[in-house]
Ligand binder design. Structure first.
Ligand code: FAD
Length: 499
C-alpha cells in the first residue's frame, strides 16, 4: 500500500508567528505534513512582542514545552497583569490583572455587592478582592502543580523565536534562508503554487502560511485581500523600542504608562528590560518621541531605538484560497493588552481543527474568517475602551474621548453605565473580570446596580468582603517574592555557571 501524500505546508516568515506555526505543526501534525519555513535574516523580524497573556500556557502545553526550561532559555519572567498608569488622568493607576475578582452568584456578578458596599462606605478598592492583583502589586509570585494562580510570561522575542526554531528543526522541519521575491499563483485556480526566492530557489506547496509581518506578502500583495483600517478609533501608528539593562527587581506585571500622545511600555525580563513608546504621528514627531523615550528609560541602553510603523486594522479575510495569514500579516490592534501572540495561537488552533488535508472547503474557510473577525473586533473594542474613557486634557486624549466608538462597544458601555453589567460573548477573549477591572479602572461609575446586596445588613456585607480580603492577603503573604521564585525555578544561568 502506498502512503498517502503528505500535505506540503510552506511557512513564509520566521518571526514569532512563523516559528510558533512551525513548532506546533511539527509537534501536532508532523507526520502528516511536509513543512518548510523560509525566512530572510537580512530582513529580520519586528523585534518586539514580549508580553503575553495566560492562554500562552495552554498552547505551550500543546507544544510540549517544559516551563522552567523555556523560561531559563528565553530569560522570561512571570506576568500577572498590566499596570495602567495615567490612563484616566495623570498620576492615577490601576492594575488589570489576570485574576477573578471577588465571588459572583447566579443572580449577579461580584461588582453588584462591591458597589453596594462602596455606597455604604464599607468596601475597599476593587483590587483588594483579587488574588493576582494583590500578588502583582506586592511583587510576589509562585506556581506549582497545586497552584491556581493565573499568569502569563514576559519573554525575549529573539530568544523565543530561536527556542521555537530549535524545537522545530529537531522535529524535522526544513528551514530555507532567502528573500521571497515572487509569489507564483496558478492561473486557473488562483491558488498559490510556489514561492520564488531571490536566488531562484522555488518552494512549492499545498498550503501557505503568510507570516511575513506587516509586509503581508502573500495574503495582501499576492492575493490582493483588502485591509479594513481602524486608525480612526486607534490612531497610534508608530512605536520606538529600545532595550535597557535592569536596574532593580523584575516586577510581575507589564507597565503601560501614558504620555500626551499615546503610552509607553516597560517589560522586565531576567536579563534586561524592554521599553517602547507608542504614539500617534499626527500628535508627536519621531524626534520628540525619541527624546521622550530616552528621557524615560532607566538603566543603560543596549541597542539604538528602532522605529516601527504600523497600521491598526485587519485583512478582510485571514484565509483566502490556500493562504492563511497569521499575526501582523493578518491584522494588528496595537499592543496595549498584549494580545497578538495569543491571536497567533488561537489562529493556529483553529487551523489545526479545520486543517485542509483534502483541499480547501469554502464553508470551512468562511467559518474560520468569521471567527477571526469576531475575535479581533472584540479585542479592538476592549482596547478602544482604555483610550475612550479618559479625563485627560491633551488634544490626543480629548479626541479619543470625543470620538464615536463602534456600536458594539457603545452597547457594552451603556450596559455597564446603566446596570453595572459586563459579559463575555462566545468569541470574546476578555472575561467579565477583565471588563470590570478596566471599566472601573478607567473611572466608569454605573448609575444603577442589582439590589440583591441590599438584603445584607452592614455587618454581613462587611464581613463577607472582609473574609475575602483576609484570605487573599494571607495567601499573598505566603508567596515568595517574584525574584526569589525566579531564582529557585528558572533563573538563567550566568555564562560562568553554564559551562
Ligand atoms: P515579524 O516578526 O515581522 O516576522 C516577519 C518574518 O517574515 C521575518 O522572519 C522576516 O524576515 C520575514 N519576511 C518578510 N518579508 C520577507 C521576504 N520578502 N522574504 C523572506 N522573508 C521575509 N504582541 C504581543 O503578544 N505582546 C506584545 O507585548 C506585543 N508588543 C508589540 C509592540 C509593537 C510596537 C508591535 C508593532 C507589535 C507588538 N506585538 C505584541 C505583536 C508581535 O510583535 C507580533 O505578533 C509577533 O512578533 C509576530 O510577528 P510576525 O511573526 O507576524 O512578524
Amino acid at each position: 500500500m502506498t502512503e498517502p501524500r503528505k500535505t506540503r505546508v510552506v511557512i513564509a516568515g520566521g518571526g514569532t508567528a512563523g516559528w510558533l506555526a512551525a513548532a506546533v505543526l511539527t509537534r501536532q501534525l508532523g507526520s502528516l505534513l511536509d513543512i518548510t519555513l523560509v525566512e530572510s535574516e537580512e530582513i529580520g523580524t519586528v523585534g518586539v512582542g514580549e508580553s503575553t497573556i495566560p492562554t500562552v500556557r495552554s498552547f505551550h502545553a500543546l507544544m510540549g514545552v517544559d516551563e522552567a526550561e523555556f523560561m531559563r532559555t528565553t530569560g522570561a519572567t512571570f506576568k500577572l497583569g498590566i499596570s495602567f498608569e495615567g490612563w484616566t488622568r495623570p498620576g492615577d493607576r490601576y492594575i488589570h490583572s489576570f485574576g477573578d475578582v471577588g465571588k459572583s452568584t447566579w443572580m449577579g456578578d461580584f461588582q453588584h455587592f462591591w458597589l453596594e458596599a462602596k455606597d455604604r462606605g464599607i468596601a475597599g478598592d476593587l483590587g483588594d478582592y483579587c488574588f493576582e492583583h494583590q500578588a502583582a502589586a506586592q511583587g510576589r509570585f509562585a506556581t506549582g502543580p497545586e497552584s491556581r494562580i493565573n499568569y502569563a510570561y514576559h519573554l525575549d522575542a529573539g530568544r523565543y523565536a530561536r527556542y521555537l526554531r530549535g524545537r522545530s528543526e529537531a522535529a524535522g522541519l526544513v528551514r530555507r534562508e532567502g528573500r521571497i521575491e515572487r509569489v507564483e499563483r496558478d492561473p486557473e485556480t488562483g491558488l498559490i503554487a510556489a514561492l520564488i526566492l531571490a536566488d531562484q530557489q522555488r518552494i512549492d506547496g499545498d498550503l501557505f502560511l503568510d507570516c511575513t509581518g506587516f509586509r503581508s506578502l502573500l495574503i495582501g500583495e499576492a492575493m490582493g485581500v483588502g485591509f479594513e483600517d481602524w486608525g480612526h478609533w486607534l490612531p497610534t501608528n508608530r512605536a520606538l523600542a529600545v532595550q535597557t539593562t535592569s536596574t532593580g527587581p523584575a516586577v510581575p506585571y507589564t507597565r503601560a504608562i501614558t504620555h500626551d500622545a499615546g503610552w509607553r511600555w516597560r517589560i522586565p525580563l531576567q536579563h534586561r528590560v524592554g521599553n517602547g513608546l507608542v504614539y500617534a504621528s499626527d500628535f508627536l514627531s519621531d524626534d520628540e518621541a525619541r527624546a521622550r523615550l530616552l528621557a524615560s528609560i532607566e538603566g543603560d541602553r543596549l541597542i539604538e531605538p528602532g522605529l516601527i510603523r504600523f497600521r491598526t486594522g485587519r485583512r478582510l479575510k485571514a484565509w483566502e484560497g490556500n493562504c492563511v495569514a497569521l499575526s501582523l500579516a493578518s491584522g494588528f490592534v496595537e499592543p496595549l493588552e498584549s494580545t497578538s501572540i495569543h491571536l497567533i495561537m488561537t489562529a493556529l488552533t483553529r487551523l489545526m481543527q479545520a486543517f485542509p488535508f483534502d483541499g480547501i472547503s469554502p464553508a470551512v474557510v468562511a467559518r474560520y474568517n468569521d471567527q477571526s473577525r469576531a475575535e479581533l473586533e472584540g479585542i479592538r473594542d476592549f482596547i478602544i475602551l482604555h483610550y475612550h474613557l479618559n479625563e485627560r486634557e491633551e488634544p490626543f486624549w480629548q479626541r479619543q474621548r470625543e470620538m464615536e466608538v463602534p456600536e458594539t462597544l457603545k452597547a457594552r458601555l451603556a450596559l455597564f453605565a446603566e446596570g453595572a453589567q459586563a459579559y463575555q460573548a462566545q468569541d470574546d477573549l476578555f472575561r467579565v473580570a477583565s471588563w470590570l477591572q478596566v471599566l472601573v479602572g478607567q473611572g466608569m461609575q454605573p448609575r444603577q446596580y442589582h439590589h440583591m446586596a441590599r438584603l445584607m445588613p452592614d455587618a454581613a456585607l462587611a464581613g463577607a468582603l472582609g473574609d475575602l480580603k483576609r484570605n487573599i492577603d494571607k495567601a499573598v503573604a505566603a508567596l515568595p517574592t517574584h525574584e526569589a521564585f525566579l531564582d529557585r525555578y528558572c533563573r538563567e544561568r550566568q555564562p560562568a555557571q553554564a559551562a
